[in-house]
Design a protein around this ligand. Structure first.
Ligand code: COA
Ligand code: ZN
Length: 312
């Protein structure tokens, strides 16, 4: 298959959710709202703005209700909320989320660590969420965590992932995300699985969620794009990680991804200078350096003055 690089790549920004959920420092509600409001001006069509999970499980995002109520919504931006169960869906609906991201792991062990329940219990809870969403304008996306490998169980079979894709579609979910929770995916694996999933769902309904835990994140994006995927999660600064997965680290970095796309001529519609400005504010907000690289190195077009002592 010859890749058409003129096809737009859609980036869903997940720093307010995946990014902040693992941060040890409390981020004030007003600062979360300000971050989301700034991200809303960067050209994203989708922002995962928070989660509605147990405040004991993820204390950093316990103010999701106030955050969703406080943001200044931009037309054309879909504000997504991650939820694990019916209670989360009810909270998200009341707070005004546009879309629910329902998460379960392909691996039984990671689901028990992350969601404190077995996969069957998660799926049963999702049935209740689907019933709640019926008759509302909420759209539903089903995420499969540990799709490409589990830090407890190791490899995950493709058939297991496809089974869950089918279960999500049967439940009536409009979107599917394949998540590489701890950066275990490799480009060949990604290419193969994306092709198989795209025989079941259109590219407009499939999102890839990569973490850069082993430095393979952007390679996986290209492999997925070349296999036909067009939607990707990424996090400003490269923040992120699941607190219930040992060794977890940041998502692929949004500005690094957008820079890659610009250099290759793939349209994203995202304002890279604006993103870089936002990313460079994160160390002050969070008290540590970011893993993202373009914010430190600058863009290719950020040239330096030539040394003055060059030989003739
Ligand atoms: N929002 C807020 N509170 C919730 C909640 C939700 N979505 N779901 C459950 N709770 C509360 C219950 O009301 C109960 O409160 P109480 O102790 O004051 O009575 C408490 O949490 C325990 O409820 P229970 O149903 O027994 O949950 P649990 O302890 O078995 O945990 C989850 C299950 C799914 C709620 C929890 O594991 C969780 O939130 N996991 C999400 C982890 C996460 O976000 N990971 C990263 C993203 S993938
Ligand atoms: Zn993640």
């Amino acid at each position: 298959m010859i890749t058409d690089y003129s096809e737009r790549l859609i980036v869903q920004e997940v720093a307010p959710r995946d990014g902040l959920q693992i941060e040890p420092k409390w981020v004030e509600t007003a600062d979360k709202i300000a971050l989301i409001d700034q991200l809303s001006l960067a050209g994203f069509s989708r922002i995962e703005a928070g989660s509605f999970v147990s405040p004991k499980a993820i204390p950093a995002l316990r103010d999701g209700d106030e955050v969703f109520r406080g943001i200044r919504r931009q037309a054309g931006v879909i504000y997504v909320a991650l939820i694990p169960n019916l209670k989360g869906a009810q909270r998200a609906l009341e707070a005004g989320a546009d879309e629910l991201n329902l998460v379960m792991s392909a691996s039984q062990t990671h689901n028990r660590a992350n969601m404190r329940m077995r996969c069957e219990q998660s799926l049963a809870a999702f049935g209740d969420v689907v019933a709640l969403a019926r008759g509302t304008t909420l759209s539903l996306n089903g995420s499969i965590a540990t799709t490409f490998g589990c830090p407890f169980e190791g490899p995950i079979s493709e058939d297991r992932v496809l089974q869950i894709v089918d279960a999500y579609l049967e439940l009536g979910m409009q979107g599917i995300s394949l998540a590489d929770t701890t950066g275990m995916a490799n480009p060949r694996q990604v290419h193969r699985l994306v092709q198989r999933v795209l025989s079941r769902v259109p590219a407009a309904a499939l999102t890839l969620h990569f973490h850069n835990t082993r430095g393979i994140g952007l390679s996986n994006v290209l492999a997925a794009y070349e296999a036909g995927a067009r939607r990707f999660d990424a996090s400003l600064g490269g923040l992120g990680g699941c607190p219930f997965a040992p060794g977890a680290s940041g998502n692929i970095c949004t500005e690094d991804l957008v820079n890659l796309c610009e250099e290759m001529g793939i349209q994203t519609g995202i304002d890279l200078p604006h993103l870089l400005k936002l990313s460079r504010q994160l160390p002050d907000l969070l008290g540590h350096e970011m893993p993202g690289q373009v914010a430190k190195a600058g863009r290719n077009s950020d040239l330096h003055p030539a040394p003055t002592n060059l030989p003739g």
